[in-house]
Design a protein around this ligand. Structure first.
Ligand code: ZN
Length: 173
């Protein structure tokens, strides 16, 4: 089931999310979030974006759909790259954010198994963006040069939506 996104000014987007104690209680939520992410044309989606303040996010990079429960990030690379990001919770806004190029994520999956992934490039970027959602942080907070913030027209945003997944480096999450 596709879930509605909370509005841009929802306090949920600014609230640190709570840890998950029972994985079975979020299985349906995870399935619905992947469906919602795909329908919205995103490469990532965090539970607070769909109205649930729990530490869960999903990603869909290179056609691989992953669920991360109680994720932690570590091993941030010293190489950082500047990349333009968008956010499903901030429609039409884009801005350049500098972040570590690589990061390692440790989390639990839907069967409550622990796993970790050393991520690079787009996945590393999406993981950091989604983790921020669990902390109540939005990408403009991470921008060091606010002059790169731009707002697309409805038509441009739609075109970008149509092209999502076909262009490397397009981060709407
Ligand atoms: Zn986002």
């Amino acid at each position: 089931m596709r879930l509605p996104l909370v509005p841009s000014d929802s306090p949920l987007l600014r609230t640190p999310a709570a840890p998950i104690n029972d994985v079975t209680a979020v299985r349906q939520l995870s399935t619905n979030m992947i469906e919602t992410m795909v329908a919205e044309g995103g490469v990532g989606l965090a539970a607070p974006q769909v109205g649930t303040s729990l530490r869960l996010f999903v990603t869909g990079v290179d056609g691989q759909y992953l669920t991360f429960i109680n994720p932690e990030l570590s091993d941030f690379s010293t190489e950082r790259i500047l990349w333009e990001e968008g956010c499903l919770s901030l429609p039409r806004l884009l801005g350049k954010v500098e972040r570590p190029q690589k990061v390692t994520v440790s989390a639990h999956d839907m069967t409550d198994q622990a796993f970790s992934i050393a991520a690079d490039q787009l996945l590393a970027r999406v993981l950091q963006h989604e983790y921020d959602h669990l902390e109540g942080i939005l990408f403009p907070d991470r921008m060091t040069d606010q002059s790169t913030l731009r707002k697309l027209t409805e038509e441009e945003w739609q075109t970008r939506y149509d092209e999502r997944g076909q262009h490397d480096g397009q981060v709407d999450a």
